[in-house]
Write a protein that binds this ligand. Structure first.
Ligand code: AMP
Ligand code: ZN
Length: 695
């Protein structure tokens, strides 16, 4: 046999054994035999480097070292999932689905694996890249490490594998392997790993892939993504992935209606204790891909999927002390410092108490014995006090009156649960937090400054707010500890480059409370410039002032006037679709604060974008202002582009038909009940072409 054929046949054979052992959990060869053949292959490959192949089973042993993981943009965004906790939650979800989807809905129930999300890319049947979820829009390239995970197929099977696609899954560390790793740690006198999930995600970021190769990680797959995939339902997608060689857990089940979902949930709530890996719930997905298309996504999660969280384990422990934390926005969170206790495999020392009302409602006091639960959130919470065990000298909790960081008196607005420290330009965590938010990816995206650097800059007194960034000089930052010349240069260049960031992101970066990404976009589109947003309305009866000589009265009048100007501005803002009163108030407060005005002036002077660009202006119009659209069916252009076009032109997209809907844009395969409803409500139906003619 010539070496090439020999190498290829060994690879194929080892690949099969690997598949049987790691994907099908069924071994077809002894470890000894396997290792012998692997050695043989290694020797042959070393002698014939011309036949190198990144998909060879020999690359599984790792060895490549990654110093820095590259950031990669996801082709398809990696969303999070909405959570549900009860039958009612699920029924509500189904009701929402039925507003958009016609007929009976079938669901695929899957277990929610608790590990690190991963996206695997394949081209021409070969594994080419693995990316972590990161922030959902971009993640880290961890290909070299993931290649060492034996259940990740490097070469797919079958002849119907799409030329190019992405598959999502979870890298988990099964209990067995986790316990084994901890036994070794114990022998070596090292600190034990806390839980399988953190160890799994930590493993992906190890620099030495040979170490990753020794960890008993597994990759469970649950979702295909890409264009023109050869199946029409989630369930068939799973089946196809399984056939191509992926480890798709066998528990996934196709069920009818929410009753079927509930049966699955109840079954696994009990049986999950026997599973080889940790699960914290069930993921329910609408089976038909066409329905998934119609349902689309919210800003955070698909509408066609829902996580159901199993109810959490509860333990009791002593609350030692209540302390207060100040967040980036000045919000105060009371924190319970607990006598350390173990819940679901993790040691818990702190729990969130949410706010003053919560403390009062549960009458939580220092010294109490409390019940702690680790639910859907990462931070555990206190659910009740064991009143029988309350110490005799116990005193009701008096909530903090002053900021623990800067001493400023706390405020609490009417109707709000949270206390705030109002000293937003002087309170250290707020100062740092605002700047960190400003430079973050979704805002000014300033490369070259990490959060530690912000801390350093603030502590060195070099910056007090984000406008100060634009005055920073190379000579000022180079003396900072651990600051290399190259990073200092990067930082200055990053700051300079941020001057091109579009207006809406600058607006988001300002960190106005309640003005998130979406709201910032809306405000930017509506006002088109910061000047327009900040211009206060003119009031009638300006001349009144002329008749008023008494200075006291005039001062009163001035405050009166400024109050009604503000009220007018509030109204103006609240009249913008989807801008609520709370947002409007926060905006008005921000733009009337002299300290903020000064900072904005400085940012303007530095050359930041404070109005929409020519290009943005020419793509937007008010042609559809006040008009509400529903889109249904399949279109030539993508649904997202269609939605964007409606919004860019001032229209509003909603997901279900109502008497307020002005137009239904109908695509192919629109469901019959939607058609009927549209006819009943006498909603004007237009085609994609007719819509395009409107804009
Ligand atoms: P969350 O992080 O709570 O928003 O939940 C979303 C995450 O659940 C995803 O990013 C996945 O990592 C994870 N997940 C685990 N199992 C599944 C599954 N069967 N389907 C979808 N997502 C899953
Ligand atoms: Zn403060």
């Amino acid at each position: 046999m010539d070496p090439k054929t020999q190498i290829e046949s060994l690879r194929a054979e080892l690949r099969d054994h690997n598949y049987n052992y790691y994907v099908r959990d069924d071994s077809s060869i002894s470890d000894f035999e396997f290792d012998k053949k692997l050695e043989q292959l290694k020797t042959l490959e070393a002698a014939h480097p011309e036949y190198y192949d990144a998909s060879s089973p020999t690359v599984r042993v790792g060895g490549e070292v990654t110093k820095n993981f590259n950031t990669v943009k996801h082709i398809n965004r990696m969303y999070s999932l909405d959570n549900s906790y009860s039958l009612e939650d699920l029924q509500d979800w189904e009701k929402r689905l039925h507003k958009i989807v016609d007929g009976e809905v079938q669901y695929v129930c899957e277990l929610k694996y608790d590990g690190a999300s991963i996206s695997l890319h394949y081209e021409n049947g070969k594994f080419v890249q693995a990316v972590t979820r990161g922030d959902g829009t971009q993640g880290d390239d961890v290909t070299t490490n993931v290649r060492t995970i034996k259940s990740v197929p490097l070469q797919l099977k079958g002849n119907d594998v799409p030329a190019k696609f992405e598959i999502r899954g979870e890298i988990v560390l099964p209990w067995d392997g986790f316990h084994k790793m901890n036994e070794e740690r114990e022998e070596q006198g090292l600190e034990l790993y806390r839980n399988p999930r953190n160890t799994a995600s930590g493993s992906l970021k190890l620099q030495d892939s040979a170490v990753v190769a020794t960890r008993p990680l597994e990759c469970l797959l649950y979702q295909l993504a890409g264009e023109n995939l050869p199946y029409k339902t989630q369930f068939d997608g799973l089946e196809a992935a399984r056939k191509w060689g992926f480890k798709v857990p066998p528990q996934s089940k196709l069920v009818d209606g929410i009753d079927g979902v509930l049966e699955f949930v109840n079954h696994w709530d009990v049986k999950r204790k026997n599973l080889p890996y940790e699960t914290d719930g069930v993921v329910i997905k609408v089976n038909k891909l066409q329905n998934q298309e119609e349902l689309g996504f919210t800003a955070k999660a698909p509408r066609w999927a829902m996580a159901y969280k199993f109810s959490a384990e509860q333990v009791s422990t002593r609350l030692e002390e209540i302390t207060y934390q100040v967040g980036r926005t000045g919000a105060i969170t009371p924190v319970a410092n607990l006598e350390p206790v173990e819940i679901s495999g993790t040691t818990v020392k702190r729990a969130s108490l949410h706010n003053a009302d919560q403390i009062e409602k549960l009458d939580i006091r220092e010294g109490d014995e409390v019940f702690v639960e680790k639910g859907g959130e990462i931070i555990p919470k206190i659910v009740a006090v064991d009143l029988l065990k309350r110490p005799e000298n116990s005193k009701p909790t008096v909530y903090a009156t002053n900021c623990p960081e800067c001493g400023t008196e706390l405020i609490r607005k009417e109707g709000e649960a949270q206390h705030y420290c109002p000293n937003d330009m002087g309170c250290p965590p707020q100062v740092k937090g605002r700047i960190q938010h400003f430079i973050s990816r979704k805002a000014m995206d300033i490369d070259g400054i990490g959060s530690e650097t912000v801390d350093q800059l603030v502590e060195a007194g070099l910056i007090k707010n984000y406008a100060d960034l634009y005055d920073l000089q190379f000579e000022q930052i180079i003396p900072l500890e651990r600051m290399a010349e190259k990073s200092a240069k990067n930082m200055i260049a990053g700051i300079e480059a941020s001057k091109k960031i579009p207006f809406e992101r600058v607006l988001f970066g300002l960190g106005i409370r309640y003005v998130g990404e979406t709201v910032a976009k809306k405000l930017a589109r509506h006002y088109k410039s910061m000047d327009a947003l900040m211009t206060m309305p003119e009031l009638e009866n300006q001349e009144q002032d002329l008749f008023n000589n008494d200075s006291n009265e005039s001062a009163d009048n001035n405050t009166e006037r400024s109050r009604s100007v503000k009220a007018e501005k509030l109204q103006q803002l609240s009249a913008i679709p989807e801008i609520g009163e709370r947002i409007a108030e926060s905006v008005v407060e921000f733009i009337t604060d002299p300290l903020h005005l000064e900072v904005i002036e400085r940012l303007k002077a530095a050359g930041l974008q404070f109005s929409l660009s020519e290009e943005q202006l020419s793509n937007t119009s008010d042609a559809l202002a006040g008009k509400s659209f529903v889109i249904s069916g399949v279109f030539e252009m993508s649904r997202n582009d269609l939605k964007k076009m409606i919004e860019d032109n001032g229209g509003k997209v909603s997901s279900s038909l109502s008497s307020k809907t002005d137009y239904l844009i109908r695509g192919e395969n629109m469901g019959p009940s939607k058609l009927e409803k549209a006819e009943k409500l006498e909603i004007k139906m237009i085609s994609e072409q007719e819509f395009l003619a409107m804009v």
